[in-house]
Design a protein around this ligand. Sequence first.
Ligand SMILES: [Mg+2]
Length: 362
Amino acid sequence: MQVESISTRLVSLPMSQPYTSSVGWTIGAVGHVMVEARTSEGHIGIGYARSLHNGKLPAIRAAIEDVKRLAIGEDPFAVIRIWREMMANNYWFGPGGLINFAISAIDIALWDLLGQVTGKPLYVLLGGGRQRVPCYYTGFRRSTPADHLGMEAAMLRTQGLTAFKIKVGGEDSLDKEIERVRAVREAIGDDMALMVDPNRAWSADVTIEMGARMEPYNLRWLEDPIPYEDMEGRTRVAACLEVPIASGEDMYTGSQFRDLAEHKAADIFNVDLQRVGGISGWLDVTSFLEGRNLPYAGHWFSEIQCHLFATTEKGLTLEYMPWHFGLHKKKPRIVNGLMELPQGPGIGWEIDEELVKRYEIG
Ligand SMILES: [Mg+2]
C-alpha cells in the first residue's frame, strides 16, 4: 500500500459571532486548508491546517503542495518516519513556523488514513486506554462585557462542563480585569476549575500584582500573561506567584519546551497540535514532557488531541471551543467535564462534506 495522491482545498467557515483576537484582528471566519491523502487502494484520510487569518491560507497550501512529495509513494504505516523526513527536509525554513502547519496537516491526514485502512479509531491505533478525557471550555471573550460573563457561565454549566477559561487583558484598568474574574468565579461556584488567559497582554510586574489580587479566586492556572520574548520576566513571574503558570501554545519544537522547562518559566506546558507539526510531533514533544514528569495541557484542536490524551499520564486537560467542531458532522458529548471519544475510524468525527463544499473558497 502506498500514498498515491495528496490534494488540498481551502475552506472558510463563518463564525456565528465575530471574534477580536489578542492582536486586534477581527475574525469572522476560521480558515482551513483541507488535505486529502488517498492510497493506491482508494482509502482516504483527511487532515487540515487551521488559521484565524484567511490571508495566510494560500501560503500554507503552497507549503503543503511542496512538502507532500515526501509522503507520496510511501507506505502510510511509516507515518512517523515520513514525519521525521518532512521535518528534517524543511529544517532550513524553520525550525518551526508556517512549515509546521503544512507538515501537521499532512501528518493528520496520514494518521486518519491509517484509521480508515484498519477501521480503528485513532486512540485505539495509538494504544490509548481511555474513552473519556478531561476538557475545559474557553470562551468569555474580551468583547463580552463583564456583566454578561455570569450568564454565559450559568448557561455553560448546563452542558456538562466543569472547567472554564476566561480571556482578560482588554480592559482599560486592572480593577476591571479583576471584575471579569470575580464575575465568572461567582457564577460557576467554588467547585469548578477556573483559568485566566491574558494572551501576553501584561508585563511581569503587572502579572505579579495581578497574581496576588486574583488569589481569592483560586485559579487552576494563569496562562501566558507576558510576552514570550521576555524569558527573564516569565521565570520571575513563575517564581513569585503561587498560581501555576501555563505556557507553550506558541512553541514549535521540543527544544523550545526544554528551554521553558529549564528556565522554570512554566508549571503547565500547553501543547498546540499544529505548531508542533501534527500528531507525530505531539507524540515527540509530549514524550519529552512525560519523561520529565512535567504536566501539560492541549491547546486548540481538541477534536484530535482527545485521541492523544487517551494515551497520556501527565496530560491534564484539553481546550474545548465549540467552533473547533464546525467541520464535523458529529459533535462531542461532555459528561461531568469529560469528553467522550468518537468510535468511528481515524479521527472519527466525520467531515461534513456538504458544509465543506458550501464554504470552499479555492
Ligand atoms: Mg492561550
